[in-house]
Write a protein that binds this ligand. Structure first.
Ligand code: ZN
Length: 319
């Protein structure tokens, strides 16, 4: 089959309307237009990448693939006017994040669109997010010995494997994402953490207040991919929402689900506790797109996909 490869590069955030479209789109209405939401995402957030069907013309799409920050994108063809994929902006990204989208058409034409997504400048805190000083049990404050370091590495690899496998799972989430707890947020995503006086890491989740035994609800539909008792995360549940997206719920006292269970938004999957490296009972909520850790609160802004159309019931032959 004849193959024509065309390429376009988008450097500016396109919040539509047509007047803001770059020259390539005005010269040819058959080249796809790629936009994203939010227009200037924060580092460490989920972004929605949109390919607008209206500009694609009659030459139908046979496949669409893409990469953002090295992770594959999964476009959902269920929307009528556009195709949408989620992606993750790494917390350490500065200036812009690069997306590349490849659209194969029935005619053999291949369109490649490269986009440089501008990131929001963190002007408020030029020195970075504030540090948090935490006091934990001495065994968590010390440098781990080699056996413990090996255990932590092994557990981290298990969690990353869940994230990688999620790229093979079809999208399972529906509707909006919901908070796992209605309570106060006690620690935000991305802040520097000092444990017993030593800076160890950035806070990789969002902490919600809660007394031991209070409910933890899953944010959206998915499959329980891992139930674990980890050194740092304590008793934890990892839920694969499909199409690259995983959420996890740490430090639980009780777990109500098993690996392989399908869970729906709002279902109680466990109870708040203080297992693992903690200062007291709370929920630590994690979100990952592939291997990219993102602020789970940014999931709450994702537009729901269109509802699944029910097939009309087959008409019984009249007798
Ligand atoms: Zn936390």
């Amino acid at each position: 089959m004849r193959q024509i490869i065309r390429a376009a590069t988008v450097f500016l955030a396109l919040a539509i309307p047509c007047a803001t479209l770059p020259a390539f789109a005005q010269n040819s209405d058959t080249l796809p237009v790629v936009t994203w939401l939010p227009a200037q995402p924060d580092p460490g957030s989920i972004v929605q990448i949109l390919v607008h069907r209206a500009r694609i013309g009659p030459d139908s799409i046979t496949s669409i693939t893409g990469l953002l920050s090295g992770e594959p994108l999964h476009f959902d063809s269920s929307a009528r006017t556009r195709l949408r994929a989620l992606g993750g902006i790494p917390v350490g990204a500065t200036d812009s994040a690069r997306a590349q989208i490849v659209i194969h058409r029935k005619s053999g034409i291949i369109d490649t669109v490269a986009a440089a997504i501008p990131l929001r400048v963190q002007a408020v805190q030029p020195a970075g997010p504030p540090r948090e000083r935490l006091s934990v049990a001495p065994q968590f404050g010390r440098e781990p010995d080699s056996a413990l370091a090996a255990r932590i590495a092994r557990e981290s690899a298990m969690a990353l494997a869940v994230s990688r496998r999620s790229h093979e799972t079809p999208r399972l989430w529906r509707g909006y994402f919901a908070r796992p707890r209605p309570s106060r947020i006690t620690s935000r995503f991305g802040g520097g953490r000092e444990f017993n006086g030593q800076v160890r890491s950035r806070h990789s989740g969002v902490d919600f207040a809660g007394a031991t035994g209070t409910p933890v609800r899953v944010s959206n539909r998915g499959v329980v991919a891992l139930v674990a008792d980890f050194h740092l995360a304590g008793r934890a549940v990892y839920v694969d929402h499909g199409a690259g997206l995983v959420t996890a719920y740490f430090h639980l006292s009780k777990i109500n689900v098993a690996e392989g269970d399908t869970v729906v938004r709002g279902e109680i999957i466990g109870r708040v506790g203080q297992s693992g490296r903690v200062t007291g009972p709370h929920l630590h909520w994690v979100a990952r797109y592939g291997e990219v850790s993102v602020n789970a609160l940014t999931l709450l802004a994702i537009d729901p996909p269109p509802p699944v159309k029910k097939k009309p019931a087959a008409r019984r032959p009249s007798d």
